[in-house]
Design a protein around this ligand. Structure first.
Ligand SMILES: [Zn+2]
Length: 78
């Protein structure tokens, strides 16, 4: 997988919208490629912040916290 392909998959990967095989390929690339690894962390954090802001408008803090815990968990495809 190239860096370009990895970056295209990142956003979908955070939302668990890629296949198990794609996820494996992305993980393999991230293990070898530090810049993409950092980029992936940034994508994950950005998505979490956006989600938390959207939720905060209409949900109590306790619910926001439990959703943050869920989104912090790893994607489970197995
Ligand atoms: Zn890369």
């Amino acid at each position: 997988m190239t860096c370009t392909e990895a970056r295209l998959l990142m956003s979908a990967a955070v939302d668990c919208e890629i296949s198990f095989i794609e996820q494996e390929q992305l993980q393999q690339h991230l293990a070898l490629c530090a810049p993409c690894c950092i980029e992936f962390e940034t994508v994950k954090k950005t998505k979490l912040i956006v989600r938390a802001r959207l939720i905060q408008f209409k949900a109590p803090q306790s619910l926001v916290n439990s959703i943050m815990e869920l989104t912090n968990a790893d994607c489970r495809h197995k």
